[in-house]
Design a protein around this ligand. Structure first.
Ligand code: IMP
Ligand code: MG
Length: 179
């Protein structure tokens, strides 16, 4: 198999820091209105959510709690494999309003499997918020209430999202170019 030099992976800018920032402000304002008088639990799906979560929670002005769950698939850098969930919320989610926070929803398999395991915890409500949404790639039907940017078939990096565990530190979102 051909070795891929990840450090030399070519990419181009898709969403600048400014665009991401104003989009998150917008989503934060809507969530703040929708959850007024409530105390939601933001459940982040690691690892891809971590940068988005940090900015999103500061754009929400209702008292919010934070939990994380790890979703890991043993695939290649860009193609997901078998999915495992680990970690998971420390607090009981029974009767709570949950906002599942994702960096990107691609096939929807991760979101579907987390939604199914959350249902067993009897929350009051569960909604999904994702910064990036690849609707055209869906294999599992899921409803996403809050979506930042709709994207196509591109593989994206930066702002928490990786390619072979790298590029999460880029402050913007880029798309990987196949060369
Ligand atoms: P799913 O296909 O919706 O289950 O998404 C699985 C996971 O694959 C996401 O949570 C991301 O961690 C990862 N993923 C999907 N598309 C991308 C991408 O374009 N860039 C980086 N990670 C991605
Ligand atoms: Mg990944």
């Amino acid at each position: 198999m051909k070795e891929v030099d990840l450090k030399a992976q070519p990419f181009e800018l898709l969403f600048s820091q400014d665009r991401i920032e104003s989009k998150i402000r917008e989503i934060g304002e809507i969530i703040s209105i929708d959850y007024a008088g409530k105390n939601p639990v933001l459940l982040g799906v690691l690892k891809g959510c971590f940068v988005f979560m940090a900015d999103l929670i500061r754009a929400i002005n209702v008292p919010s709690e934070v939990e994380f769950i790890s979703a890991h698939s043993y695939g290649s850098a860009t193609v997901p494999g078998e999915l495992t969930l680990s970690g998971g919320p420390q607090a009981s989610l029974k009767g709570r309003h949950i906002l599942m926070v994702e960096g990107v929803v691609d096939t929807g398999r991760t979101a579907r499997s987390i939604l199914d395991s959350l249902k067993r915890m009897e929350p009051a409500s569960v909604e999904i918020v994702t910064l990036l949404n690849k609707t055209g790639r869906r294999e599992s039907e899921i409803e996403i209430k809050y979506s930042g940017f709709e994207i196509g078939n591109d593989f994206v990096i930066g702002y928490g999202l990786d390619h072979g565990q790298m590029y999460r530190n880029l402050p913007f979102i880029g798309k990987v170019i196949d060369k």
